[in-house]
Design a protein around this ligand. Structure first.
Ligand code: FE
Length: 334
């Protein structure tokens, strides 16, 4: 037994020098999104990338592993998840000239606990047949009586909705946001249900005329033969806040508090924020790269251009609980 173990260790140590350098990732993002980037990183640096793809429980796992965690970097979407990781104390602050040059201020934690890589906008999908694109103007306007019985959306407690409500709170304060939420609720064609694509399907089926959704779902629907018809029945329209731009959220990366391979992890973060890497990462999920000078894929650009709201996403993370409370106070899903 002991001998077998020893020979196994010898085998391992012989195999190891080929990749003396490595970096370990925990990812909520799918393998097909990360693989092209991790391959390119290994090719460029010789650093091996080991990735654990998780469905849930990333923060709990990092907490349980503590200082012995093998993870160096975490990958996720949505400011609420990045914010929760920071709050739980499982990340560490990182700064470098490369990161600061490649990631605009709105898209990273001022202290450096997380760095954005790509954005997605929360926009309006509108029936091509029943909605004049000029009718869709601001998020505030979604509470106007002209939309009565015409809006579909997913749950008010979903992180995508909560982030939008947090942005409304930031721009208008509690009272106006509550009135707005009640107004949008009064305009719903049906109780909130399903995911973003289910709302577009409902528009296609004639159940409602507009819905809230993330931009990349347009690309996902177009690439799914069963959903192409839904996608082709709507326009992608970019509302703005009256005193701001279009609401965006991010995908991002953070270094873990443990980070056994800190130098390699920082190299990887810097690599990921380069315009070239961001463009590859963005295109894989129909998102927007954020580095100065980077460009979205042609299909994504074809949906139109917009001015992103420049509120720092950490501000929205801080308003998350208040936003959720308002959603519950107006019984948005009820
Ligand atoms: Fe999504």
């Amino acid at each position: 037994m002991f001998l077998r173990l020893t020979s196994a260790l010898v085998a391992l140590s012989i195999a190891a020098p080929a990749f003396a350098q490595e970096v370990n990732l925990y990812s909520y993002r799918q393998p097909e999104l990360l693989k092209p980037l991790t391959d390119a990183f290994t090719e460029k640096t010789g650093i091996k990338v080991n990735t654990a793809f998780l469905d849930k429980g990333m923060v709990e796992r990092l907490k349980a592993e503590g200082r012995r965690s093998p993870a160096d970097l975490i990958f996720t979407v949505d400011i609420s998840r990045l914010g929760a990781a920071v709050e739980a104390g499982v990340t560490q602050a990182v700064t470098s000239d490369v990161l600061t040059a490649n990631v605009p201020p709105a898209y990273h934690d001022p202290e450096g606990h997380w760095w954005g890589l790509t954005t997605r906008a929360r926009i309006v999908y509108a029936s091509k047949d029943r909605v004049d694109p000029a009718e869709v103007t601001t998020y505030e306007d979604l509470a106007a009586p002209k939309w009565k019985g015409r809006i579909c959306t997913r749950s008010g407690t979903h992180p995508y909705t909560v982030a939008l409500v947090a942005a409304m709170l930031h721009h208008h304060g509690e009272e106006e946001t509550k009135t707005w939420l009640q107004g949008v609720k009064d305009n719903l064609a049906r109780k909130p249900q399903g995911n973003d694509r289910a709302q577009v399907k409902a528009i296609w089926a004639g159940e409602c005329d507009i819905s809230l959704g993330n931009t990349y779902y347009m690309g996902k629907m177009l690439s799914d033969p069963e959903q192409t018809e839904w996608a082709n029945s709507v326009n992608v329209l970019f509302p703005e806040f009256e005193n701001g731009g279009t609401h965006v959220n991010i995908s991002g990366v953070a270094m873990t508090a443990a980070a056994p391979n800190r130098d390699n992890a920082l190299k990887m973060m810097e690599f990921l924020t380069t315009p070239e890497a961001q463009e590859v990462y963005a295109e894989a999920n129909y998102e927007y790269p954020i580095a100065p000078g980077s460009e979205a894929a042609d299909l994504v650009k074809s949906w139109g251009s917009f001015e992103a709201d420049d509120t720092n996403l950490m501000t929205l993370a801080g308003l998350r609980e208040d936003a959720l409370r308002l959603v519950e106070e107006v019984d948005f899903d009820g």
